[in-house]
Design a protein around this ligand. Structure first.
Ligand code: HEM
Ligand code: NAG
Ligand code: NAG
Length: 318
């Protein structure tokens, strides 16, 4: 009998099933790929030993993946003559790196458990491991994301914040992904590791006033104020300990030694000054806020259930 109460119960159950599917879980591959965590950790250990910057680069890939249509592996897709992906988008072109590391991990994961683990989840675990291997905090990675069959260069161009952005734009671009201003400030602590190119900090070191003059001069030595000259020359985002994950980034900001305009915007007499100040004094607080915010960022619009696919090769749709 399809009485109103039966219909109510059936639709309630259907809703619960959908809601469950939309939820990630820590033990998603516990039975289907029990060695997943150790496979990723050992490959990341090799990659970071080989070049410590790889830990930073993979963390950034995860951020750029999640901010473009959710954490769905879309950034990993290669361009072809008939497919335009995200790799050539402005924030990624000549800049996003570490794709070979993900390929290596995927190959090993496929060898152990073929067709089970998404590239999006591999990236989420690898990002966490990169942080841990550079002496950062650990956290439990939620799993169960599936891989996109599409990518969006235009969304990559418009939804990943630029280093020239003012604080209000940084806050609103994170808000658009369901992340608070405090999450934004904590996640910007990702810049405690890794490198940036001259083209992204030139105007900050030459033309901004909210910068320590000695620091600016140090950076000018390898970044001439001529567009197109030395554009790809690198400098560490954290002048103190670029290969060690910690709150030095915030100490730099308080000393007006942020490398990017967007970094220094977090400590420029605005709403985030007090947060920066507290992280600069309390490494534990920074790390607990950072890890909680990483979990929230990893929850941005995942494909779950039967949506998307489990890619065989992270660079191409099946
Ligand atoms: C708040 C807005 C953000 C802006 C405007 C921004 C901008 C940038 C820029 C311009 C670079 C240098 C790219 C280059 O010159 O090639 C960079 C590097 C980096 N970013 Fe961000 N970023 C932001 C947030 C984040 C977040 C949330 C994370 C991760 C949690 C992150 C992690 C990194 C890492 C690790 C690097 C170094 C990558 C490497 O060395 O390969 N960034 N970012
Ligand atoms: C990406 O960078 C290459 C140089 O490596 C350049 O030739 C190309 O125009 C850039 N693509 C876009 C879409 O900006
Ligand atoms: C740097 O170059 C820009 C663009 O050419 C110019 O507007 C600016 O005045 C220069 N800054 C300094 C300090 O030379």
């Amino acid at each position: 009998m399809a009485s109103p109460s039966h219909i109510l119960i059936v639709s309630l159950l259907a809703f619960l099933v959908c809601a469950t599917h939309a939820q990630l879980s820590a033990n998603f591959y516990a039975t289907t790929c029990p060695n997943l965590q150790s496979i990723v950790r050992s490959a990341m250990t090799q990659a970071v030993n080989n070049n410590p910057r790889n830990g930073a680069s993979i963390l950034r890939l995860f951020f750029h993946d999640c901010f473009v249509n959710g954490c769905d592996g879309s950034i990993l897709l290669d361009d072809t003559s008939t497919f335009t992906g995200e790799k050539m988008a402005r924030p990624n072109n000549r800049s996003a790196r570490g794709f070979e590391v993900i390929d290596t991990i995927k190959t090993r994961v496929e060898a152990a458990c073929s067709g089970i683990v998404s590239c999006a989840d591999i990236l989420a675990i690898a990002a966490r491991d990169g942080v841990v291997l550079l002496n950062g905090p650990s956290w439990t990675v939620q799993l169960g994301r599936r891989d996109a069959r599409t990518a969006s260069q235009s969304a990559a161009n418009s939804q990943i914040p630029a280093p020239f952005s003012p604080l209000s734009t940084l806050i609103s671009m994170f808000a658009a992904k369901g992340l608070s201003a405090r999450d934004m400030t904590a996640l910007s602590g990702g810049h405690t590791i890794g490198q940036a190119r001259c083209t992204n900090f030139r105007s900050h070191i030459y033309d901004d006033t909210n910068i320590d003059a000695t620091f600016a001069n140090t950076r000018k030595a390898n970044c001439p104020n001529i567009t197109g000259r030395g554009d790809d020359n690198l400098a560490p985002l954290d002048i103190q300990t670029p290969l060690r994950f910690g709150n030095n980034y915030y100490q730099n900001l308080v000393a007006r030694r942020g490398l990017l305009h967007s970094d220094q915007e977090l400590f420029n007499s605005g709403s985030q000054d007090s947060v920066v100040q507290s992280y600069s004094n309390n490494d534990g607080l920074f790390k607990s806020d950072f890890t909680a915010a990483m979990v929230r960022m990893g929850n941005i619009s995942p494909l779950t259930g039967s949506n998307g696919e489990i890619r065989k090769n992270c660079r191409v749709v099946n």
